[in-house]
Design a protein around this ligand. Structure first.
Ligand SMILES: Cc1cc2nc3c(=O)[nH]c(=O)nc-3n(C[C@H](O)[C@H](O)[C@H](O)COP(=O)(O)OP(=O)(O)OC[C@H]3O[C@@H](n4cnc5c(N)ncnc54)[C@H](O)[C@@H]3O)c2cc1C
Length: 384
């Protein structure tokens, strides 16, 4: 069988795999990335591009330090990508406004502010008049609002195109149309992968970053029981009062993509457990539009220019799966669920540190793939 060798082989060319490849190439390692199709066309392409380290569910709380570290890295991450690609990423640091439109909004606002402060995140209660002055398009049903001044956004379509060019210009070998179908092993050492094109790829380190599909690879599934969680999205052209910041409520979000007039906005989303089904449904769109039209009623007149969906890599505990396994040479970087765009820089940094220095600058033990492998020890690998 024909064989190709490099220092690091990455399976999956989404934002996670490609960011790791770019980081390792900058550290002068030889890196190849396989993707079964075109690069950066799955979840990473579909994402809204909010960079928010705020927890949206209690399960997100362990992620806050990782999210904050990644948000801090973002300016240098985008600068390196923009320099290596000569392309722009649409990164903006304009903040976000979280709104409450139902129930006991004042009490919920105090809880929200206290939760953020307890986690070291900036968050200010906004008098409604101030919120309306900052964002005149907000609807009159908003009962309470908070400013999250540190939140940022990125244009995911631009970022993914720039990242791909940056990786290629830095010497990463990009192999689209090559699917990994099994591990290659020598005893307890992972030496590479067997692929759909009949060629074997070998490397000192093999990193699986195959998004929600990671669990489909026999022997990898036991470390990464990922599950697809569909999210639907729409793009709108908005000719009303311009929106400067991300606007969120418990029912949906609005992310400005530019500040032109008319303005391009993206709105979302849904959280659906429908397997690998990637359609856009009327029920999904109804949920999104009822939420965002409540937030900004003028959007009922905005033109819908595009709809799409993507599959987030979910995990049983909603936390990412990062780091080495008990199989020598095999690492995981997946399960970033709703936060993969935010977490790409810190993921790339930690994986690169571990590969080059065998240590990480931030503890990642609670995201270890071994938390699942231990629990699955009695099951046959391919069936888990
Ligand atoms: C609607 C929506 C909105 C989102 N909004 C945000 C947001 O605002 N902020 C945020 O931080 N995150 C957001 N996310 C989450 C974010 O998009 C994901 O966490 C992130 O893109 C995951 O990146 P990934 O590289 O792991 O996976 P993917 O981008 O899915 O990439 C995985 C890649 O692996 C390839 N692959 C799979 N199996 C194989 C194989 N056997 N061999 C070779 N290649 C293989 C696939 O073809 C694919 O290219 C959103 C997601 C969705 C769907």
């Amino acid at each position: 069988m024909e064989m190709s060798t490099c220092d690091v082989l990455i399976v999956g060319g989404g934002i996670i795999g490609t960011s790791i490849a770019f980081e390792l190439a900058q550290r002068k390692l030889s890196v190849a990335v396989l993707d079964r199709q075109e690069f950066l066309r799955e979840s990473s392409w579909a994402a809204a591009g909010m960079l928010s380290s705020a927890p949206h569910f209690p399960a997100d709380i362990p992620l806050v330090p990782l999210g904050r570290a990644s948000l801090t890295l973002y300016p240098q991450y985008v600068a390196a990508i923009e320099e290596a690609s000569s392309l722009r990423t649409g990164y903006r640091a304009d903040g976000a406004i979280e709104t409450l439109c139902h129930g006991d909004a004042e009490r919920e606002l105090s809880t929200l502010v206290a939760l953020h402060h307890g986690l070291g995140l900036a968050c200010e209660a906004l008098p409604l008049d101030d919120a309306l002055e900052m964002e005149p398009a907000l609807g009159r049903d908003v009962r309470a609002a908070a400013l999250l001044p540190d939140e940022c956004t990125v244009n995911t379509r631009r970022l993914t195109a720039a990242l791909l060019a940056a990786a290629e210009n830095s010497g990463v070998t990009l192999l689209p149309g090559v699917e990994a179908i099994a591990l290659a092993r020598e005893g307890n050492r992972c030496t590479g992968v067997k692929t759909s094109v009949g060629k074997m790829f070998s490397a000192a380190h093999v990193i699986f970053a195959a998004g929600c599909w990671t669990s489909r690879i026999p022997e990898v599934a036991r470390y990464a029981p990922t599950d697809p969680v569909r999210g639907q999205m729409a793009a709108l052209v908005h000719a009303g009062k311009p929106i400067r910041r991300v606007l969120r409520s418990e029912r949906g979000y609005i992310v400005p993509r530019d500040f032109d007039s008319p303005q391009m906005l993206v709105v979302g989303s849904t959280l659906e457990h429908v397997g690998y089904e990637t359609g856009v449904t009327s029920g999904g769109m109804e949920k999104i539009f009822s939420g965002v039209n409540e937030l900004v009623p003028e959007l009922a007149r905005a033109e819908i220019t595009e709809t799409w969906s993507g599959l987030r890599p979910g995990t049983p505990d909603q936390l990412p799966i990062l780091g080495p396994t008990d199989m020598e040479g095999l690492l995981l970087a997946t399960g970033h669920y709703r936060n993969g765009i935010l977490l790409a820089p810190i993921t790339a940094k930690l994986i690169a540190e571990w590969i080059t220095e065998r240590r990480t600058s931030l503890s990642w033990d609670e995201f270890s793939p071994m938390r699942f492998a231990r629990g699955n020890a009695d099951r046959p690998a391919a069936a888990s």
